[in-house]
Design a protein around this ligand. Sequence first.
Ligand code: FE
Length: 197
Amino acid sequence: MTDSIIDALFALLRRFGDDHYGEAVTQMEHILQCGHLARRDDAPAPLVAAALLHDIGQFLDGAGMAAETRGIDARHEESGAACLAAFFAPEVTEPVRLHVEAKRYLCATEPGYQDGLSGASALSLRLQGGPHDAAEQAAFAALPWAADALRLRRYDDAGKRRGWAVPALDSYRPLLAGLIRADAADVSALTARAGGF
Ligand code: FE
């Protein structure tokens, strides 16, 4: 059961891993760099998993290039967290769900942060509502998962280095296996969302 869920997650990531989504690196390079940055930062296992899986919503329902090609925000953080919630606890899913809000928060609170965003991230920011206003900022900071979401956001922003070789997807198999809930849904919950693969 655990193996089949991880196989399905990896198959989905590999299926679209060569896409760029407007960045200098492929999606696979990006997520592997994010996972590696989390590991290197001694992040707890759920946050490492969140870093590795945070963009999985980009691979569902053709969300990946929505900003670039259709000028819409496909809310990949929500669809990704919802999909992962079938298998993982909130320690994994909530930082995923909040990683866009974390960007909006940092744009409002950290001088220079917005200027450092990648082109694709700056483009999507506009569609995602731009920097937080004061009320949004306070609401975000009060969330129990805000700190983890901010850590994930740092990995997300840094994991875009061309030509940086990091450990492969299979190196995350034991970590993920240890995080899949005992009452996880059947793997069909994922394959249905991904359109079958
Ligand atoms: Fe990302």
